[in-house]
Write a protein that binds this ligand. Sequence first.
Ligand code: CA
Length: 358
Amino acid sequence: MNIQLVKTLHTQHLFFIKRHLVAALLLIMFAGTASFASDEPLAADLVADNQLIDLTSEKYQDLFRELEDVHGFTRQQLAALFADLRIDRKVLQLMDQQWEAKPYYQYRPLFVTPTVIAVGKQSLALYQSLFDRVEKEYGVNREVIVAIWGIESRFGTNQGNFELKRTLNTLFAAYPRRSDFFRKELINFLILCRENKIDPQSVRGSYAGAFGQSQFMPSSFNEYAVDFDGDNRRDLINSLPDIFASIANYLSKFGWVLDAPVYAEIGGTLNAEFLTAAHKTGRKGFVDWQVLAETQQIVLPPPPSEGQLTIVGLELPPQAGGGMRFVAGYPNFQAITAYNHSSKYAMAVTEMAEAFKN
Ligand SMILES: [Ca+2]
């Protein structure tokens, strides 16, 4: 590569960085309403609302072949399932939107409210015998199940209002960035409806394809949902036994251990570079608990099964002096981040579960 070309590329690169820095600043200023600033057109700009989805396209013909050959759907079934499918542009607009990454002191109060805590406590009392059975069967603490139920759907009262079949088709047909992902979810959805005797047309969910009181994606449903009321259907829309047991089964499959520690406070600063690196790596940045205890000069309980810990940083409110609160995420904490990758989500679930006990 000649030197002039290198210089040109370097200049272009700097320009690219600058442009994106400006975009990032704008995003911060208009957080919550701003959109991705990028050269790529937004998915929502490429379609009209209510536009008919082209089922003769190569991607749909390929999908139909797989549904027929691999999953045993008939031509007639497919014709009915895919009749009059139209784009829901609102779904694309919401997917395109850049949601602000709120600091923890702003994130937590959105979810952990006095009302939610009160309803959670009532639910624990009301369904005590059901939770006794779920806890015994899956080894997952009841408070964390209720906290997830509360955050995901406000205890079932808000399961999302988007027609799920239309949403998944919209994202498969017109959201190129994640079209393959939603193709898989669409297939999973059609299979779970068939197997659990659910009318696909009746299901509503979030704009991102999660549904039911536990807000599982269709692939998670097929993998982790269980029938716990004994009617041979997995029903995460209406059956509380199925819903509680499915959340428990999910956490259990990702390593939850009954009554084991979830997190530990490790101070307001990190005493070594490798801890900062682990914090930046997030849910995959593991450290040894004994090394962490020595480095931070604190006493820590051992994690179960020689598990490792993650480092989680939570922003403290500026009016209280600001700074960070660091905690160690134990394997139980990591199980919650399997449900939702955000460590803020996992901490809010954890603190809500704690509040239920007080
Ligand atoms: Ca059932």
